[in-house]
Write a protein that binds this ligand. Structure first.
Ligand SMILES: [Fe+2]
Ligand SMILES: [Fe+2]
Length: 302
């Protein structure tokens, strides 16, 4: 593969050894009203985060063998482990605040079923859709509560999800780049339609929290669409510099500075694009801070 998988492996290995603990807080931090507002919703997301990811891992192993994409499977394994850590953090928070865990939910069943449908690409497209919407959701959850502990937890989750989306979008864009334009357009059209359908379902099932954050159906779906556009709908054949030594060093400095493909943008005049850089879109440094910034309801209700 042309995507620099070694940089992503370094990123996930680094964070595997430095998992964030649950931010400190006390039972008073979450009011009774907030607990009622978020309980069912946060339990559904906690359930969704705790997948073992066996199907995805098997698909990644097959893809790696077929395309010489080592160490893709190892990255996916580390990435799944980070998702399970998200589930543990959310579960610990819920336990501290007396919020019951869920053991099944129809939306979780649908997502797991969809991820089993086919190979690595389809599984990854389903997954990235959930994560793009998850970024909007966790930001909304942060705004919907006055609980500092939950706000900090949401920021940790969003920081990790941005890196997940960065990795997945790099891989998906490379797959897309190999296709004829008409196939590429059809895939993008289908994925966009899937995102719109899922964002509607998430609105219907989590609207109390989303409304609590100031979202309407229109602003929420626009925020989801903006995430999709920012991460996946860019020009896929634009040149991007290979992550420079500085960016690789920065991935070892801290979690919010560790999204590899953004660290060297804009490229210097001397940075010659290589074959390895050809398939990915330039990712402005704002991705690190969670762009697009228009994901807040105020910014999206134009
Ligand atoms: Fe997650
Ligand atoms: Fe994720």
């Amino acid at each position: 593969m042309q995507t620099d998988l070694q940089v992503w492996l370094d990123h996930f290995l680094y964070h595997a050894g430095r998992r964030s603990p649950l931010p400190e807080g006390d039972n008073e931090g979450l009011t009774a009203y907030e607990r009622r507002l978020i309980a069912d919703s946060i339990a559904t997301f906690q359930l969704g985060e705790q997948s073992e990811g066996r199907t995805l891992l098997q698909a990644a192993e097959r893809f790696e063998r077929a395309h010489g994409a080592e160490p893709l499977a190892r990255i996916v394994q580390l990435f799944i482990s980070e998702e399970q850590h998200h589930a543990a953090l959310l579960g610990e928070f819920m336990d501290q605040h007396g919020i019951a865990r869920k053991h099944s939910d129809w939306t979780d069943h649908v997502f797991r079923w969809a991820r089993r449908l086919a190979g690595f690409e389809l599984s990854t497209r389903v997954l990235i859709t959930a994560e793009l919407i998850g970024i909007v959701y966790y930001r909304a959850l942060e705004r919907a509560t006055g609980c500092r502990q939950l706000q900090s937890l949401c920021r940790i989750l969003v920081a990790d999800e941005l890196a997940h989306v960065g990795f997945e979008s790099d891989v998906l864009k490379e797959i897309q780049a190999r296709r004829a334009p008409v196939i590429r357009a059809a895939v993008a059209l289908a994925h966009g339609a899937f995102l719109r359908a899922v964002s509607l379902v998430v609105w219907l099932t989590h609207r109390r929290v989303l409304r609590g954050a100031g979202h309407s159906l229109r602003t929420f779906r626009r925020a989801c669409r903006d995430q999709y556009t920012f991460h996946l709908a860019g020009p896929i054949l634009a040149a991007r510099p290979v992550p420079c030594a500085e960016s690789q060093a920065s991935s070892l400095r801290g979690r919010t500075n560790s999204v590899p493909s953004s660290a060297c943008w804009p490229p210097s005049a001397t940075a010659a694009p290589t074959m390895r850089a050809r398939s990915a879109t330039p990712r402005p440094s704002s991705v690190i801070d969670g762009c697009p910034s228009s994901t807040s309801p105020a910014a999206t209700s134009r």
